[in-house]
Design a protein around this ligand. Structure first.
Ligand SMILES: *Cc1c(COP(=O)(O)O)cnc(C)c1O
Length: 465
């Protein structure tokens, strides 16, 4: 066997020789013999290709480094200093501690997921959230699926398959990725009937579109944009009598949806789920947007319609697991005590964080950050604006504060800034800011632990300027 010699002619040790080294023993204790041997083989092959020699211990160290890199989690915690609190690409809502504990418990144990403990027989997983959803939304019944996109798909497939879904042209939205209302409709088997114009839709537009083939009337919350100027839309409350006269369900896709009036927390008004339920027959909304829970999509409304939705075979394909159900239950329970909601629910806590607190944090961090980055950059505490994100209250911002980092030298400033952003993203806990005008802005609204943050920043290598 080629590997039985301790070294080959080019001064490379054999795999066996490397595996006998002390460093390889340490690596094997962590990652297992098989993985280490595989990594050693790859390292030796690379050295051989490059015509390099190496000692057995050093080869083992290289293999260990390779395994450590591969072992680092891909789904890494990051500092979201982007200024967007519910950032879809950064995982949206950070959930409450009670929700985390409930999810961990549910994962750790067998749970009565679909088991009726009173009767001692099979139960229904919808029973877990039903009463809470009724209580908090005023709806007759409710269920939950994988996300709001799934909720819309399931509702349309149940109530409008092979029929027409009437929607205003001003509400045919696309929400990032591939979620386009017209496409979801066609996948659901519903035929889209557009009414009105992009900027103005009237009650008579809906009335004229109604006919024997109509399956549903639908309202969609225009989440991520706003039509301004010469506009008209028909509120769900005004559509409801029309829908009911024709015996057609009125669906309201709220998108974010909130269970409490945000005005009481000093935030802009966003229609509550309760208000939507009062007008529409079925209301859908997300679990991980303003609600502040894990990814999920809620469907609440008329009991007869929810019953039909639950009988749709697609429901089974879109259902959620016990961990998320547990986290949702714990999250929803926090809404029973609105007085303490802002301290218990991270999403609301972050959204309502006073700008003065954030500004004080910026002033505290500024000198250390300046010192860390050196003479090549200026670091200023500044006022800025954060967004809620995930389509809630589009274009409404909240006063916030942060650090503005700018290269001193004008020449090549763009590249220097891009390099600095990249270095921040490579930190043990990556830091995500945003580049605006000629600076890197770190909005500190979502920064909780400043000591940990500065310890993390200390790992930043001397930046290139
Ligand atoms: C966000 C959103 C959706 C999709 O919800 P997910 O929970 O991301 O699947 C659907 N409709 C509207 C109006 C939205 O804002």
């Amino acid at each position: 066997m080629a590997n039985s010699q301790p070294q080959d002619r080019r001064g490379l040790p054999s795999v066996d020789a490397v595996m006998r080294s002390a460093a390889a023993q340490v690596a094997a204790a962590r990652f297992g013999h098989l993985a280490v041997a595989g990594a050693v083989r790859l390292e030796l092959a690379e050295l051989r290709r490059n015509g390099l020699a190496i000692a057995a211990d050093d080869a083992a160290a290289l293999a260990l480094a390779r395994l450590e890199t591969a072992d680092a989690p891909r789904l890494k915690p990051v500092y979201n200093l982007s200024g967007t609190v519910l950032h879809t690409n950064l995982g949206r809502a950070v959930v409450a501690e009670t929700a985390i504990a409930a999810a961990a418990d549910a994962m750790r144990h067998a749970v009565a997921l679909e088991y009726d403990l009173d009767a001692g027989r099979r139960g229904d997983r919808d029973d877990i959230l039903r009463d809470l959803l009724r209580e908090l939304t005023g709806a007759e019944d409710g269920t939950v699926v994988n996300n709001n996109a799934a909720a819309v798909l399931l509702v349309l497939n149940t109530l409008a398959k092979g029929r027409e879904a009437v929607v205003s042209r001003g509400e045919l939205i696309e929400i990032g990725g591939a979620f386009r209302m017209p496409e979801i409709m066609s996948r659901a088997g519903a035929r889209l009937v557009e009414v009105g114009t992009t900027n103005r839709t009237h009650l008579k537009d809906y009335a004229e579109a109604l006919g024997p083939k109509t399956g549903v009337l639908m309202k969609v919350h225009p989440s991520n944009y706003r039509i301004e100027g010469f506009t008209a839309e028909v509120a769900a409350a005004s559509l409801a009598p029309l829908a009911s006269r024709h015996g057609v369900p009125l669906i309201d896709d709220l998108g974010s949806g909130t269970l409490v009036d945000l005005v009481r927390f000093g935030l802009p008004h966003e229609p509550t789920v309760k208000q939507a339920v009062a007008a529409a027959d079925i209301v859908t909304f997300s679990g991980d947007k303003l609600l502040g829970g894990p990814q999920a999509g809620f469907i609440v409304g008329r009991a007869d319609l929810v019953a039909r939705i639950n009988k749709n075979p697609l429901k089974r394909a879109l259902r959620i697991d016990k961990a998320r159900l547990a986290a949702l239950e714990a999250t929803l329970k926090l809404y029973r005590d609105p007085d303490r909601l802002a301290s218990r629910l991270p999403t609301l806590r972050l959204l309502t964080r006073p700008a003065a607190d954030i500004a004080a944090l910026a002033r505290r961090l500024r000198p250390a950050m300046q010192e860390r980055l050196g003479d090549g950059f200026t670091v200023d505490a500044m006022e800025c604006e954060s967004e809620i994100g995930s389509g809630a209250l589009p274009r409404q911002t909240m006063p916030s504060a942060g650090l503005a980092i700018r290269p001193v030298a004008r020449r090549g400033a763009g590249r220097v800034l891009a390099d600095l952003s990249a270095s921040l993203r490579r930190l043990p806990t990556p830091v995500i800011g945003r580049i605006e005008n000629d600076g890197l802005i770190l909005d500190l609204r979502c920064l909780d632990d400043e000591e940990k943050f500065m310890a993390n920043i200390a790992a930043l290598g001397a930046p290139r300027t």
